[in-house]
Design a protein around this ligand. Structure first.
Ligand code: ADP
Length: 486
């Protein structure tokens, strides 16, 4: 291992099932790469259906004792896990930058963001209240109780290798569920480090399990088809989300899906343009553009269009592209070469269809996983780049004239995750906020993710909400008790 850590024990190359570090039955492993350098960082077990069933067995066996604890006791375990994550923030960030590529400062930010979900749900565990409902007859009384749904499968992506796990696992554990995590194949090391810290926090064996694999379809199918798994929580692409939802139909599992987005970022003539540029830079270029809430389409009203593009070019020129461990770097590599080819294809097609490159970043490392931050103007809704999630550091600018036109353009997509707009007109702020068909709307704000607010999408962007007090709902069943003969 070339990675320097304060606690080398966080670097794990084995899967975690029933509190034990395990290898694959057939000793199959797969490599984990540093996307910035191409260096092989580790080899982790390539588990299949059999080991996945072992993990479900462990989660099932751990369920009754875990849900029998008091909410305060479960909260205390989560609190200890939170403390350990924050104590090891630097190490976790280093693991993340090495396997995912994001700049170290951003990785530290993600560790804290991810830890916040654990702290939040440590507290929320104690507030899973039921109701007393005025009954429909004088001799009856009605109460509802909330009970853990059971074993949860969490399938997570590579772009937030810690936060996408804690956002699911912390509420599940708070509610009294146990989990089997299948992390993204590009970033299993963060998941394993989190598992190690859950062990150190004293969370009992079987409550948290991590199945590393390169055989996502097989492991996914096993999790979906097993009737003991009562809930699937997935973050990833829309096609995979739809497939998993279909696979969950036969056992009628509850599903939470956080899928793709196509976020509009609307800038009206009355906006504070400099504030809009600052918000856009955060929303568009965070994680090199690889987040599902990243701005995908920048809609700028005609009166400020040209000045906006000029300022955007200057802001993009000020980005620093390079290895995530280097000082001052703000844009790292994309996660792999497949991601780079996708972005390149979308940009080439847009140019062929008439879009203009108004800026391309000159100093980008000569490594196949880096893509130069780029600004495209003259983008129109018919182009593929307007309809697909770019997932890269490319800003696409569209021009509009009327408010109603901007709303129609913004909603003209099957997706509905995040949207942003900038305006100082209070009437317009309400009109546009209510008209946007999106689960989350940033108003004069480009960064909206926080553990205290409900994260989730409408339309084909997903089902369910993560974080906030609503984040527990997906992990509990409401049971109604009717008492008669009183
Ligand atoms: P991305 O394009 O962001 O990698 P994916 O949807 O492919 O999005 O991946 C998100 C997660 O879904 C990853 O953990 C990946 O391994 C997993 N995954 C991909 N395909 C399948 C599948 N057929 N069944 C179950 N999980 C899958």
């Amino acid at each position: 291992m070339s990675l320097k850590l304060n606690e080398p024990g966080l670097f794990r190359e084995l899967a975690f099932i029933n509190g034990e570090w395990v290898s694959a039955a057939k000793a199959h492993k797969f490599p984990v790469f540093n996307p910035s350098t191409g260096e092989t960082l580790a080899h982790v077990p390539d588990l299949g259906a059999e080991e996945t069933r072992n993990a479900i067995d462990a989660a099932e066996a751990a369920l009754a004792p875990w849900q029998a604890l008091t909410a305060k006791e479960r909260g205390s375990f989560l609190r200890r896990w939170f403390d350990l994550i924050m104590r090891h923030q630097e190490d976790l960030a280093r693991i993340m930058t090495s396997e995912q590529g994001k700049p170290l400062a951003e990785a530290k930010g993600e560790v804290a963001y991810g830890a916040n979900f654990v702290e939040w749900f440590a507290e929320e565990a104690k507030r899973i209240y039921g109701d007393v409902i005025p009954a429909h007859g004088p001799d009856k009384r009605i109460v509802t109780i909330k009970q853990p749904i059971g074993v949860v499968a969490a399938i997570t992506p590579w772009n937030f290798p810690i936060a996408m796990i804690t956002r699911k696992v912390a509420p599940a554990l708070a509610a009294g569920c146990t989990v089997v995590i299948k992390p993204g194949e590009d970033t299993p090391l963060c998941a394993l480090a989190l598992a190690e810290l859950s062990r150190q926090a004293g969370i009992p064996a079987g409550v948290v399990n991590v199945v590393t694999t390169l055989q996502a379809p097989e492991v996914g199918r096993t999790l979906c088809e097993d009737s003991r798994v009562r809930k699937l929580s997935f973050t990833g692409s829309t096609p995979v989300g739809k497939l998993l939802m279909r696979q969950c139909a036969d056992t009628v599992k509850k599903v939470s899906l956080e899928l793709g987005g196509n976020a509009p970022f609307i800038v009206f003539d009355d906006a504070d343009v400099d504030a809009a540029i600052a918000g856009l830079m955060a929303s568009k270029f965070r994680n090199a553009g690889q987040t599902c809430v990243c701005t995908n389409r920048i809609l700028v009203q005609a009166g400020i269009h040209d000045v906006f593009v000029e300022k955007l070019n200057a802001a993009v020129a000020a980005l620093s592209v390079g290895d995530g461990f280097a000082d001052g770097v703000t844009i790292g590599p994309l996660v792999n070469d497949k991601a780079v080819s996708k972005v390149r294809g979308l940009v080439d097609d847009a140019i062929a269809d008439g879009a203009r490159v108004t800026f391309e970043h000159g100093s980008t490392p000569d490594n196949p996983n880096f893509y130069p931050p780029t600004v495209l103007a003259g983008v129109t809704p018919n182009m593929a780049i307007a309809r697909e999630e770019i997932f890269g550091p490319v800003a696409t600018v569209f021009r509009f004239t009327e408010e109603s036109e901007a709303i129609a353009m913004a909603n003209d997509t099957p997706f509905g995750l995040a949207a942003y707009f900038y305006s100082r007109d209070i009437g317009r702020v309400w009109r546009v906020a209510e008209a946007l068909e999106y689960g989350m709307v940033g108003i004069n704000e480009g960064l909206i993710s926080t553990e205290v607010a409900p994260f989730g999408g409408m339309k084909e962007s997903g089902i369910g909400r993560e974080g906030s007090r609503y984040g527990i709902d997906d992990f509990v069943e409401i049971k109604y008790l009717c008492m008669g003969g009183i």
